[in-house]
Ligand binder design. Sequence first.
Ligand code: FMN
Length: 387
Amino acid sequence: MVSRRRVLVTGGASLVLLGGGFGAYVGTRSIAKAQEPWIQATTGFGDPRLDALAYAILAPNPHNRQPWQVRLMGNDSFTVYCDLDKRLPHTDPPNRQITIGFGTFLELFRQAAAEKGYRAEIMPFPEGEPEPVLDSRPIASVKMIKDPSVPRDPLFGTILNRRSTKEAFTPRSVDDATFAKLQDMAFAGQSEPLISLEATSDAERVARLRKLNWQAWSVEYDVARTQKESVDLMRIGAGEVNANPDGIDMSGPMMEALRLGGIVSRKELATKGSTAYESGISMYREILDNTSSFGWLISPDNRRITQLQSGAVWVRINQAATALGLAMHPVSQILQEFPEMAHLYDQYHKYLGIAAPARVQGFFRFGYAASPEPSPRWPVESFILNV
Ligand SMILES: Cc1cc2nc3c(=O)[nH]c(=O)nc-3n(C[C@H](O)[C@H](O)[C@H](O)COP(=O)(O)O)c2cc1C
């Protein structure tokens, strides 16, 4: 007999769940195991490289692929490589976004090393900048040098609370004074930064940028191979997230219920017109409609080294936003370099008045929202090639 009914609604779909036991089951499924690296970072590993790497792996990175591979060298050095299987060939053909992710990783490493009194000597692309795609050559070689005079970075304290907030924001826009503080914190100590941040809360510009972003998101979602690249990386329900703590986290009681009800599956998500497919559209529409401020990172060129530097700035902006109580959400679709996106990429750059070789490296929604849970991570040891 039915003792309790719960109704879940997502987009156009509604699912009636029968029975209290079922509700209790989905409510208790947790991704705590996938979040353990956020706690482990605060514990010691007996090797200063691992201590700092445990923070670096918490870096924002495209589709949470975590493509890092580390080979420890001697007692104080290591080399960083890209796991080439973790690239995103359809949405990121030149591996530009993946390289930005290495920039965020190295910057958090630098901050964590400094916090423990080490200077991180980072040599980017010691065997040359790989073009047109990343290859087996190293991304960086790194040496840690004990140096009590190395300045601590005030942003270090935000690493554990930093998030990419993929949610609808409140209607409150970000004012100019707050954007100015964000700039000061992110670019502290740089008199003439190579990478710059521009931002707007002007209603007309925000409306235009929202429209462009919506068009770009729709292209990525409509083109079968780019949509499939994301769908293949979706981890649906806590079981999948804990087993593979990377990719796109689709956990939580509602998702658990929809998965068990057969409404959400990779097959359904990839099927145009299905409830799951259409819900994806309405969920993104809601997120985008609830955006009152945007920001974008501009670089003077698009060399690999510049992409790494853009990553360092990216995470510092994300950290400064955290310190200021701001939510930040990257919306990268319009920057993606696959042919179907090219006309929107051009329109967007023209609209912002940015001409090649300069380009936008990161596009973000800014605003106010509750902070989400930490996203899944593999443990730091899993990235070390030689332990
Ligand atoms: C270069 C780059 C591009 C990204 N693009 C997007 C994006 O288009 N949409 C999105 O929701 N998140 C995007 N992200 C955020 C990642 O999905 C996020 O960092 C990852 O899932 C880990 O979550 P966390 O940042 O909350 O730790 C991007 C991150 C990076 C570094």
